[in-house]
Write a protein that binds this ligand. Structure first.
Ligand code: BES
Ligand code: ZN
Length: 672
């Protein structure tokens, strides 16, 4: 825990929060629930205007205008169910279906075409429809009933740096469909256009989208809030030799012809709409599982991830049916900013986890687990992210145990716990709260292990208290109960009240649950996962540090990746030049082929200014775009006297980085 070092301007935070909120809360079943605050906000917007009676001047409203007319800024915490990261007036309208027709223009780096939105009207009035956009060039909007659409007036509001730009559309009375013609910007925050040079094959360009958390709006105008669920269809037009895949019904047999049709029949939140285009081929791994990758990586990926089908089966057996038909993986180029992304039916995966020994496949278990926690039950706002990531991290560990046994399980758990402790050491109290207050903040900037590992530890404590079988039953029931819904933290707590707290009043206690979810730190007496395979390394490391044994005396034969990671991550802050050189020459760490090991070693090297690792560090930073690695490395370089080289390497790598990677790391490097 960090002391509260600075006080953000509360007024500003609340102001932005209120303004940027969507205008109602939605209950677990998707029905809007008006609250005083949301009502006031409704009145503060153009709600109630009909298409014809909005004066032209009034269409250029700004968030500040809204603030002026909504002076009831609450001083309390964020309101449950309010999405402070969407402009959409989801109390007036809900988008139910999206129909896309987009052409990928690789020369100009734009997606161009039309999005047709089917909308459900929730009020008798005829307010303007407000959608989320970011850097979209909107050329025409039509609206109407069914297929009879007419041109309508639209306007863009003021751009907010975190949220993008609201698009306000004047709807004819009774309209239930809107067709928007638009194109994306080459710098769209949710799209990366790659040059052939950045791919494995080096011959064809590549495109991929990454919508979570609030980037779908940079490639589709829509209600970009996780509480809104849509089905979608898409026609994607590409250069003929490339294949398009989406978070939808990919057909492994598709011929490459440059026109691809998709359908996602289950309702999903906008952040799960995903597209990739490249020189992709398919290889099956099991009956329902397979890999899409560039041909250069296909066999290695299929071998590395061959246990995916088993993972799918054990998860179904323990937590209920997999409801999404196929489960495939898409291997992206190394600039992908995450390890993985749970796009339904098709998880997007970094190639940096293809280690050759399945040591990093917990990532696959994690993205697969999201098919239950996250995709089936979705966080209603980004404050509730722990419902997605905490449950998923808990399930990941369990899947790893089912498939690879107890020792692997213990090690994965222990590493997660160490990550959590490290995060708690350098975060402010307010950011250690699972149901985090994100008002006025960019979710990309606040990314941490807290929702993952604290969320998972909380569930592990529940499991320990009521017994594993009972807890598994609870999870299975939970997934059924809320299937295909977006829920808030409070919905979950209410569900706990009605289930476990009633069933096990002598074992569970509501006050402690509140503490886990709404207070910083880890409650006293929480479980502390550890692994014998790790603790037995502690005396060995200590003997070496004391100079009692040489590195070459350590019997590392049979060490797992996890043990290596533990051994390195728990080295003291400072090592001498001789110690570094000895470790490196004995274990060849600078040249490690395992990216996680290389990362752990480079963290040590940077904080000790170990020069022989510098070329590898530069290569690592330039060729890998995964922020889990880049952010800590750049941050460490900045605080350990290597800011010049951080800047130089960042500038060199920048053209190949994803827009998100550029944004979050330039903040670290230039502080803007
Ligand atoms: N859904 C996340 C990635 C994400 C979270 C993107 C929040 C944007 C905002 C994904 O499932 C994830 O957690 N990826 C991790 C995997 C790891 C914890 C095994 C990653 O990329 O490192
Ligand atoms: Zn996740």
């Amino acid at each position: 825990m960090l002391p509260q070092l600075f006080h953000t301007s509360l007024g500003r935070l609340i102001g932005v929060g209120l303004l940027t909120a969507s205008l109602a809360t939605v209950t677990a079943c998707g029905k809007p629930a008006d609250t005083d605050a949301s009502k006031a906000k409704q009145e503060a917007t153009a709600s109630g205007d009909s298409a014809s009676d909005i004066p032209e001047s009034a269409t250029k409203y700004t968030p500040e205008d809204l603030e002026k007319s909504a002076p009831m800024a609450q001083q309390a915490g964020p309101e449950s169910g309010v999405d402070y990261h969407s402009f959409a007036n989801t109390n007036d309208y809900l988008i139910k279906h999206v129909d896309l027709d987009l052409t990928a223009d690789f020369d100009n780096k734009v997606l161009k075409g039309e999005a047709i939105l089917d909308i459900q009207r929730l009020t008798q009035k005829n307010p303007a429809l407000i959608l989320d956009t970011r850097d979209l060039d909107i050329t025409n909007v039509r609206a109407g009933v069914g297929n009879s659409l007419q041109d309508v007036k639209f306007s863009l509001g003021k751009t907010d740096p975190n949220l993008g730009t609201p698009l306000k559309i004047n709807l004819p009375k009774g309209a239930n469909r809107v067709a928007i013609q638009y194109q994306t910007s080459p710098g769209a925050s949710g799209v990366q256009w790659l040059e052939p040079q950045q791919t494995a094959g080096k011959k064809h360009p590549f495109l991929f989208t990454q919508a979570q958390a609030i980037h779908a709006r940079s490639f589709i105008p829509l209600q970009d809030s996780p509480k809104v669920r849509v089905t979608y269809k898409a026609t994607i037009r590409t250069p003929e030799e490339l294949l398009a895949v989406m978070s939808a019904n990919n057909d492994p047999e598709t011929e490459k012809d440059g026109v691809y049709e998709f359908e996602m029949p289950q309702p999903i939140p906008s952040y799960l709409i995903a597209l990739a285009i490249g020189n992709l081929e398919f290889k099956p791994m099991g009956e329902r599982t397979g890999v899409y990758a560039e041909p250069e990586l296909l066999d290695a990926a299929a071998a590395e991830f061959e246990d995916t089908e088993d993972m799918l089966e054990v998860t179904e057996k323990n937590y209920g049916p997999y409801r999404w038909d196929r489960y495939d993986l898409l291997i992206l180029p190394p600039s992908f900013p995450f390890g993985g992304m749970e796009n339904p039916r098709l998880s997007f995966i970094t190639p940096t986890v293809i280690a050759g020994d399945k040591s990093l496949v917990a990532l696959i278990a994690h993205e697969l687990a999201h098919s239950w926690s996250g995709n089936l039950i979705t966080n209603a706002s980004w404050r509730d992210l722990w419902l997605n990531e905490g449950f998923t991290t808990y399930l990941t560990n369990r899947i790893m145990q089912f498939v690879y046994g107890d020792e692997r399980y213990q090690m994965e758990m222990a590493l997660g716990y160490d990550d959590l402790k490290a995060d708690l050491d350098d975060r402010e109290d307010k950011d250690e709260i699972m149901a985090i207050d994100l008002r006025g903040r960019d979710p990309d900037e606040v990314f941490s292990n807290i929702p993952y590992e604290k969320g998972s530890l909380f569930l592990y404590e529940l499991e320990q208290k009521i017994g594993r079988e009972n807890f598994d039953q609870f999870l299975m029931d939970y997934f059924n109960h809320f299937a295909f819904q977006s829920i808030t933290t409070e919905d979950f707590v209410k569900y706990l009240d009605q289930t476990l707290l009633k069933q096990y009043p002598d074992k569970l206690d509501r006050a402690r649950i509140q503490q886990w979810i709404f207070e910083p730190g880890i409650p006293e007496g929480a479980p502390q996962p550890s692994s014998d395979a790790f603790t037995k390394l502690d005396p060995i490391r200590q003997q070496w540090l004391n100079g009692e044994i040489k590195a070459s005396d350590i019997d590392t034969e049979g060490w797992t990746f996890h043990q290596w990671k533990y051994f390195l991550d728990s080295m003291p802050e400072k090592l001498s030049e001789d110690q570094l050189a000895e470790l490196d020459s004995t274990f060849d760490l600078t040249q490690s082929k395992n990216n996680e090991i290389a990362f752990s070693w480079l963290m040590i090297a940077v904080r000790n200014q170990y020069k022989p690792a510098e070329p590898r560090l530069e290569d690592f930073l330039v060729t890998i775009g995964r922020n889990k690695f880049l952010r800590p490395l750049y941050r460490n370089m900045m605080v350990h006297g290597q800011s010049d080289s951080a800047k130089r390497i960042f500038e060199k790598a920048k053209p190949g980085y994803h827009p998100l990677t550029v944004k979050v790391n330039s903040k670290i490097i230039y502080g803007d």
